[in-house]
Write a protein that binds this ligand. Structure first.
Ligand SMILES: CC(C)(COP(=O)(O)OP(=O)(O)OC[C@H]1O[C@@H](n2cnc3c(N)ncnc32)[C@H](O)[C@@H]1OP(=O)(O)O)[C@@H](O)C(=O)NCCC(=O)NCCS
Length: 192
């Protein structure tokens, strides 16, 4: 009986942990984040919507970080623990050329941390930060594969507006995919 109650309360504890949105911080990456980075960059469940191949080794993760993460104009580690180990990534990429009023957001969270509101909190924080840091920004875009329900839900929870379905828009893993275009026109239109 006691044993069963113990199991029940552990399950209840786990459910409670999932219901509580942890306090998150965003900070730039350093190469010493590679172990945290590996938890999602080597996981197909996280990487399958990315145009980058899934890493298979620590060396590949380090190369990816050196080539793409460190030089990126705005890429942040999502951290929830006091030890600062990243559990995900959010990036905002300015549009090329003269379109300085436009940028696009991307994000991913390590599988063990899904469903706790972490991506939604990170997207909101990132959007607030870039609208403040980049005064010329008028429009933050996001595109999500039509069947990527979690990603679409994150964007909608953060207040992004759905604009259009872009048929056969991106090639992901060798297949052309229909994508949904979302946008946020100011930090004020975010859901707080
Ligand atoms: C998308 C992703 C970042 C979400 O991270 P997360 O921290 O779990 O997101 P949140 O907890 O803030 O919100 C997820 C929402 O999607 C919902 N959701 C997740 N999977 C779902 C599914 N299969 N069907 C319906 N809703 C789903 C959750 O219930 C939650 O909504 P709710 O709060 O209304 O219940 C994560 O799943 C991921 O890393 N996916 C792979 C990478 C990716 O797709 N990146 C985005 C590319 S545009």
């Amino acid at each position: 009986m006691d044993q069963h109650m113990g199991v029940a309360s552990k399950e209840e504890e786990d459910r409670e942990e999932k219901r509580t949105v942890p306090e998150i911080t965003l900070r730039p990456f350093t190469l010493s984040d590679v172990d945290g980075f590996m938890t999602w960059a080597t996981d197909d469940r996280v990487m399958r919507f990315s145009r980058r191949p899934t890493c298979t080794t620590k060396d590949e993760c380090l190369t990816h970080m050196k080539d793409l993460i460190m030089p990126h104009p705005w890429c942040r580690a999502i951290c929830i623990e006091d030890d600062g180990r990243p559990v995900g990534l959010v990036s905002v990429t300015p549009a090329p050329g003269a379109d300085v009023h436009r940028a696009s957001i991307g994000f991913g969270v390590a599988y063990d941390y899904w469903g706790r509101g972490i991506a939604t909190a990170a997207v909101k924080k990132a959007a607030s930060a870039v609208f403040e840091e980049w005064p010329l920004l008028e429009r933050l875009d996001a595109i999500a594969e039509v069947n990527n329900t979690a990603s679409r839900r994150v964007l909608e929870k953060a207040g992004f507006q759905r604009e259009a379905v872009l048929k056969s828009y991106l090639v992901l893993r060798g297949e052309s995919m229909d994508m949904v275009m979302y946008c946020l026109l100011s930090a004020d239109s975010m859901v707080r």
